[in-house]
Design a protein around this ligand. Structure first.
Ligand SMILES: Cc1cc2nc3c(=O)[nH]c(=O)nc-3n(C[C@H](O)[C@H](O)[C@H](O)COP(=O)(O)OP(=O)(O)OC[C@H]3O[C@@H](n4cnc5c(N)ncnc54)[C@H](O)[C@@H]3O)c2cc1C
Length: 418
């Protein structure tokens, strides 16, 4: 796969030393990309940093076993080859500002994308604004329109805890399945960079708060295969699988996040010979979502449960400016068949507050969310789940992923075999 929905940016550096390249998208469990382009870029970049530049902290083991899976969730990434839809359209006497189609990057890009949408919505200084949708994009759009002076009502079929956004991995993966290379409008890469930088800066405001809505964590990429061999395998797999060429923009914001570095053998409890480490921003969506909802309501926002069946219904709202954030729902509501579903599943292990780091091992990614340990199979890279709208839980896949992690920890703390 390509990367964890969190580390899509670092996927290239990861690949350098990764034996489980299929798991690179892990870095963006939400939907990273790992295509031939990425491999080329990788091969041009030095990745291996000074061995164990920093001391490795004490690492508690993840208690991975099938009987500790307390939930399995599935959601669909709203992918558009051309990237998110951000244009405006007149529906009756209502101005509709679109803000949907963010693939595996919806949380990561939310503040940046919604800044653009709110700016368009507020151009005529409306007193009232409606927002369709209460996911990552709807809530951030609503808060930003509110801050710009509007009275805002969110209309949504589901509130945040029930939305697909609530079932995301929760990592910084701003270019995870965000577009296809060559399918975007001129200038999209620069627009993406603007969105990513705005979001990154805004997330700064949520660090260090009670409940840890957003935090930085270490992530380890563990492998028993040498990086060069892994790279070759990955390249071969990717070409033979007929994978699409997902756009990758991480190089544009390389200054924002640390690189992956090799860690000296034996300096961590992992018993596999190749270990790399980086750091990543993690969103504890349960707590962070509460903060967003509370901030919106405390500032006088209203949330009304409502389902729309056709665009014309938006013109019947009392608000004459509407920010449209239905996510994958746009396919039905707007008859927008440019949206392709990309299925993703998470197995949730009982939370372990003592585990404060993430791991990627053999195409399985683990993230230490406060509301549960996220375990996600990521083989197949960005193509995993592509054009699959099935939201049925696959318990067998969940147990397989947990078994891989269980195997890793069965050797934890033991000497590396000579
Ligand atoms: C497994 C997985 C992991 C992911 N991990 C990450 C990650 O780590 N980082 C990251 O940045 N991104 C990640 N993503 C992507 C991210 O979850 C999505 O991009 C994001 O949730 C999209 O948010 P949204 O607000 O557009 O849509 P949604 O969350 O789907 O919200 C849509 C809203 O619109 C409402 N709605 C839809 N249709 C109608 C209608 N007809 N009438 C009324 N209301 C309607 C819904 O009820 C809902 O309130 C992941 C995705 C998946 C599937």
């Amino acid at each position: 796969m390509s990367s964890i929905e969190t580390l899509s940016l670092d996927r290239r550096r990861l690949v350098q030393g990764s034996a489980t390249l299929g798991g690179l998208s892990l870095l963006g469990l939400g939907g990273c990309a790992t295509g031939p382009g990425a491999i080329r870029a990788l091969s041009n970049q030095a990745t291996v940093g000074p061995a164990a530049r920093d001391a490795v902290p004490v690492l508690a083991p993840v208690r991975a076993s099938a009987d500790r899976i307390f939930d399995v969730t599935v959601c669909l990434r709203p992918f558009r080859a051309a990237g998110p839809r951000l244009d405006t359209e007149q529906v009756g006497d209502a101005l509709v500002v679109h803000n949907y189609g963010h693939g595996g990057s919806g949380w990561s890009l939310s503040w940046g994308s919604s800044t653009i949408a709110a700016r368009k919505a507020m151009a005529g200084s409306p007193g009232e604004v409606a927002v369709v949708g209460c996911g990552a994009l709807g809530l951030t759009s609503a808060i930003l329109a509110q801050r710009a002076g509007a009275q805002v009502t969110i209309y949504a079929r589901e509130h945040l805890p029930e939305t697909r956004s609530a079932r995301a991995t929760g990592t910084w993966t701003p270019d995870s399945r965000i577009a296809l290379a060559g399918a975007t409008a001129p200038g999209f890469a620069a627009l993406w960079e603007e969105m990513a930088r705005t979001s990154f800066k805004t997330y700064r405001q949520y660090l260090g708060l009670p409940g840890h809505p957003v935090e930085w964590i270490d992530r380890y990429l563990v492998s028993n295969v040498a990086p060069g061999e892994a790279r070759a395998r990955h390249r071969a797999e990717y070409h033979t699988a007929g994978a699409l060429d997902f756009a990758q923009y991480g190089d544009r914001i390389r200054d924002l996040t640390p690189r992956w570095e090799s860690v000296a053998p034996g300096s961590t409890p992992f018993a596999d010979p190749y270990v790399q480490r980086s750091e990543s921003m993690m969103f504890n969506i349960a707590d962070y979502g509460h903060i967003l909802m509370n901030d919106f309501l405390v500032a006088g926002g209203r949330i009304e449960r409502r389902e729309f069946h056709a665009p014309a219904e938006l013109a019947l709202l009392k608000e004459k400016v509407v920010i449209n954030c239905p996510g994958y729902g746009a396919r039905a509501l707007w008859k927008d068949e440019s949206i392709v579903p990309v299925r993703g599943q998470i197995a949730w292990l009982i939370p372990q507050p003592e585990v404060g780091y993430g791991v990627i091992y053999k195409d399985v990614a683990v993230l230490p969310r406060r509301d549960g340990i996220v375990v996600q199979a990521i083989e197949g890279g960005d193509m995993k789940g592509y054009n699959d709208a099935n939201e049925t839980i696959d318990r067998a896949e969940a147990e397989r992923a947990v078994a891989v992690i269980s195997d890793l920890y069965s050797r934890f703390g033991k000497p590396i075999p000579g």
